[in-house]
Write a new protein. Structure first.
Length: 232
């Protein structure tokens, strides 16, 4: 069963929607799926549905809700891509992390005492997954082609739980010198593992559309599934 459900902000002064997909039977844990710049679109919802089929409670918060609720855009449509850039630029990412934290809290309320919560994010969500590893009490964190992580390396001392990052080496939004800075900056952090995907571009693990590379997407997703199985 999957549906949009309203949850409260941490402050309790407003509500926003999360897409929630429930497994059959008792969830083994929860996974928060953090959107790309295209909103909680069909691709993100499919990822939630796949986690639910694997036995997890999956939740994806609508992070653009303060500016425009229920944004749903297609990466392959140029007009949608430009609109998505605009939404990303308007997002207060610090506030977005608080909404992710509220989603973690809601997930734990659903799971009951002792329930663990993992986070996985894509593009903007990959950056927010890394920020969440530094700023929230989630139990495991995965970022796919996260942008701007090099600017967050000063926060890595706060990471206390496992982090996995998937990095396509030909990412048009993360130049080689930035990737090198990430590798150098994180190589001594025992909590962080990085996987490179040679010759691949941003969005290679998108659930649908022209960006997807089937072989690499399956490899990255298998690594993610194993990572969550080991840490949740």
């Amino acid at each position: 069963m999957a549906t949009f459900t309203a949850i409260s902000t941490l402050e309790g002064d407003a509500e926003f929607d999360v897409y929630m997909a429930r497994p059959t039977g008792t969830p083994k844990a929860a996974i928060v799926v953090i959107q790309e710049i295209f909103g909680v679109n069909e691709g993100i919802r499919r990822k939630c549905d796949s986690w639910a089929k694997a036995g997890y409670l999956a939740l994806s918060p609508d992070l653009f809700w303060r500016e425009k609720p229920h944004v749903e855009l297609d990466a392959d449509v140029p007009e949608d891509f430009q609109a998505a850039i605009g939404h990303m630029q308007k997002l207060n990412q610090d506030q977005g992390i608080r909404d992710i934290e509220a989603t973690i809290k809601a997930a734990r309320a659903e799971l009951g005492e002792g329930g663990k919560v993992g986070l996985v994010g894509y593009c903007l969500g990959g950056r927010l997954a890394f920020m969440s590893a530094c700023r929230t009490d989630g139990d495991a964190f995965v970022g796919y082609y996260g942008v701007g992580i090099d600017g967050l390396l000063g926060e890595q001392h706060a990471i206390g739980k496992p982090v996995l990052l998937h990095i396509p080496t030909a990412d048009g939004f993360v130049p080689p010198e930035v990737q090198q800075k990430m590798h150098e900056g994180l190589k001594d952090n025992r909590h962080v593992t990085l996987h490179d995907y040679e010759g691949l571009d941003h969005g290679f693990a998108a659930e649908m559309g022209n960006r997807r590379n089937e072989e690499a997407a399956q490899l990255a997703d298998r690594r993610t599934a194993d990572f969550f199985a080991a840490n949740l």
